[in-house]
Ligand binder design. Sequence first.
Ligand code: B16
Ligand code: MG
Length: 226
Amino acid sequence: MQNTVNPTNTAASIKACLFDLDGVLVDTAVYHYKAWKRLANSLGFDFTEEQNEHLKGISRAESLNRILAWGNVEKSEAEKLELATLKNNWYVDMISHMTPAEVLAGTVDFLTSVRKDGYLVALGSASKNSGIILEKTNLAHFFDAIVDGNLVSASKPDPEVFLKGAELLGVAPNQCVVFEDAVAGIEAAKRGGMKAIGIGNKNVLTRADMVVSGLDKLTSQDLKRL
Ligand code: B16
Ligand code: MG
């Protein structure tokens, strides 16, 4: 059964910021795309950048299922595990060379200002590689709690990843705001009874409470308007 929280007090003030990783703080989607494309090519087919958009925020196993379906390729569960591991090895090779220069515009300033203003900060990512990304980009020290694909069993749009973040921070879901670039992630925040700020296109992230093109367009003062 999927988790869903009914907000009891929608006017609660925001105490915590929960950040998705890929597409919000850093752009690792480009590395996911390169590694998945290499895997698809090795199986004799290709997929477009537009199709890749549908993999954002989706777990590794589910991404592989979607890609195999696009190529009309059937594999056993054991073969899928091997393919996912192969892709992950190529991906980890690439992200091992990431540097702080790859952090998205406005990220460091925004994280610094929300911390200065007393908000708690957590990560809520589907990735099982968040540790290495945060370390290479020098972002790890901003977080009071880190919840990623290694700690959750249900992927977005299930709210588990964000509910666990709220629990670790010791705040109620309706005191949290989630920053997300994926439709599935906004949906997860809403099902968790949280506010959601979409990073991207407002015609795509229609369920978000506010949408901006990036963290460089926000200050911690904007959180008071939620
Ligand atoms: P991994 P996010 C997600 O990160 C990516 O958007 C998605 O493309 C990827 O499949 C997923 O992490 C799992 O990543 O293979 O590293 O465990 O947006 O939730 O931070
Ligand atoms: Mg994302």
